[in-house]
Design a protein around this ligand. Sequence first.
Ligand SMILES: Nc1ncnc2c1ncn2[C@@H]1O[C@H](COP(=O)(O)OP(=O)(O)OP(=O)(O)O)[C@@H](O)[C@H]1O
Length: 219
Amino acid sequence: MGEVKVEVLKDLSFDVYDGEVLAMVGPSGSGKSTILNLIGGLDQPNRGSVIFDGTDLATVSSSVLTRYRRKHVGFIFQFYNLVPNLTALENVLSAAELAENPLDAKEMLDKVGLAERADHFPSQLSGGEQQRVAIARAVVKNPKLLLCDEPTGALDFETGIRALELLLQFNQDLGTTILIITHNTALADVAHRVIHLRSGEIVNVEENQQPLPPSEVVW
Ligand SMILES: Nc1ncnc2c1ncn2[C@@H]1O[C@H](COP(=O)(O)OP(=O)(O)OP(=O)(O)O)[C@@H](O)[C@H]1O
């Protein structure tokens, strides 16, 4: 940033295993979003590599990166990021149309319990419902990787649990690898592995021998 050098991630190295649910937890500013943006192909690092199935995302062109995002990555954001002038179904269809092997958009809306609300616009849906549409939109592409940035951050406790349950259901049914970044350490209890970050460094990696079902998580 001009004269100011901001070193965000330092000597950071980790693997994400196929089919796992991995949580990255750390305080504000620890670098979680930066990591998600690198893995999601939204940013490229100044140094180092980000390897997905043998391809180093750090060195590919922006069009290769676009294809990578389109084909392999589903994003879920804290504030849903639905397109306001498209209905719930159209939001899901818009993602399906970009994908090579999409799942059925109506079926995905049904799986998140919103088949009846398919023709409603985001402004006509509650926060939890909007997040469920966002989950359907991310999953309909049938991506290898679901990247979730504080997926329960804007939801009340019960609605947050419901969103978590849906994510884990897709992990089980489709084998989708899920990476959740959060400052809420309670969310980490549902993950298979947890990486703890502080100031751009990994301070600890733990394996949850018995991940909790979302219904038993409390925050
Ligand atoms: N585009 C940028 N330019 C300069 N510094 C940046 C940029 N993006 C992030 N940073 C800095 O990188 C560090 C990590 O930010 P990041 O957003 O990855 O953290 P985070 O753990 O996701 O935080 P939060 O939980 O608050 O979202 C912070 O010090 C931030 O100021």
